[in-house]
Write a protein that binds this ligand. Structure first.
Ligand code: HEC
Ligand code: HEC
Length: 303
């Protein structure tokens, strides 16, 4: 803001305040008038025979007004409000107040508190942490706040969001793999086969996949589907259909389904492809918190 506009605002603000104060003081009445005091002077206003006594403001009101002027003076000194004036320096911000400074200060306070709580856990091995009830109680709260939305409050999963309690891992269930998944996230790439192999092959290979998991299926179609599978799917899902944790290709033989077990859901997956995304948490959560969460997820697979 240029100096002119800054001064302009300062002059306007201060003049207004002075005028308001002047109005308040000039119109001040001290004596109470009315029938009880024998005096009946009114303001002269009359509405339908009702007249208004010319009485002082209630005392609390008057002093309330004065107090608000004192507050205004303090406020305009301490906070930005008068043109370019940035406000007084605050000890905790080592600068004048701004919402950003206040946020930084609060974050710093929270960080110190957080270090007291999580700092020690961060140094413990995941396998050890997973058996510490007090650490796991905190971890469960973290899970509720950051993970339950997708994986469910009981970590039992939702369609498209894997269960974390079933001991069946897309990317591996060792402490290292879990930590890696949470820290950097995962992006699955199941290609769409519909336009490549045609609807008939989609239907056949779906029957073959159903057969792999031991579900009811059409034997003739599955036999045709096996060829489609060998030609297109083994690179990721493996010759035996047991999957590949390097790429998060699920085991198709275990009757645990990420996207549903109905034949039409399986055909949909094969026809359209799937790209499940586990968002990376490293930006969101600090390494210590991720460490604690990894221990929590690991602990779920121990039960
Ligand atoms: C490039 C590697 C790749 C190839 C090739 C591939 N898949 Fe997949 N497939 C995946 C991945 C990765 C997923 C997991 C997708 C996700 O998590 O979003 C998946 C998921 C699936 C699922 C869902 C499983 C579930 O639990 O819901 C089925 C069914 C499936 N694939 C069948 C096939 C068939 C049939 C073929 C061959 C026509 C095939 N895939 C080829 C990588 C592959
Ligand atoms: C926006 C939804 C979402 C949120 C939030 C989320 N996840 Fe995930 N997560 C996924 C999806 C989707 C996958 C599966 C990716 C795939 O299809 O390959 C996944 C996969 C995982 C896996 C791998 C499971 C396996 O079988 O290998 C772990 C572990 C995991 N998430 C833990 C967490 C934790 C801990 C949190 C909380 C910090 C979290 N997730 C938050 C969506 C989410």
């Amino acid at each position: 803001m240029s100096t002119f506009w800054s001064l302009w605002i300062i002059v306007l603000t201060v003049t207004n305040l002075v005028l308001l104060l002047w109005l308040l003081l000039v119109n001040r009445r001290r004596e109470v008038k009315g029938p009880d005091t024998g005096e009946t002077k009114t303001t002269g206003h009359e509405y339908d025979g009702i007249e208004e006594y010319d009485n002082p403001l209630p005392r609390w009101w008057f002093y309330g007004f004065l107090a608000s002027f004192v507050f205004t003076a303090f406020y305009l000194y301490a906070y930005p409000g008068l043109g370019n004036w940035k406000g007084a320096k605050w000890d905790e911000y080592q600068d004048s107040w701004t919402s950003v400074n206040e946020l930084r200060y609060d974050q710093q306070q929270a960080e110190e508190l957080y270090q007291q709580t999580y700092g020690a856990f961060g140094k413990m091995p995941i396998t050890e942490l997973a058996n510490k009830p007090d650490a796991m109680r905190i971890a469960q709260t973290l899970f509720m706040d950051n993970c339950a939305l997708c994986h469910g409050a009981d970590a039992g999963g939702n369609p498209g969001f894997p269960s974390l309690v079933d001991k069946d891992w897309l990317y591996g269930g060792t402490p290292e793999k879990i930590l890696e998944t949470i820290t950097h996230g995962r992006k699955a790439a199941m290609p769409a086969w519909g336009s490549l192999i045609g609807e008939e092959s989609v239907a056949n290979v779906a029957e073959y996949v159903l057969g792999l998991s031991g579900a009811e299926h059409d034997k003739t179609k599955a036999e045709l589907g096996q060829k489609v599978f060998s030609a297109n799917c083994v690179a990721c899902h493996g010759a035996d259909g047991k999957g590949n944790q390097q790429m998060g290709a699920p085991n198709l033989t275990d009757n645990i389904w990420l996207y549903g077990k109905k034949p039409e859901e399986i055909r949909y997956t094969i026809r359209q492809g799937r790209n499940g995304v586990m968002p990376a948490q490293i930006e969101n959560l600090k390494a210590d918190k991720i460490h604690l969460l990894a221990a929590y997820v690991y602990s779920l697979s121990l039960e």
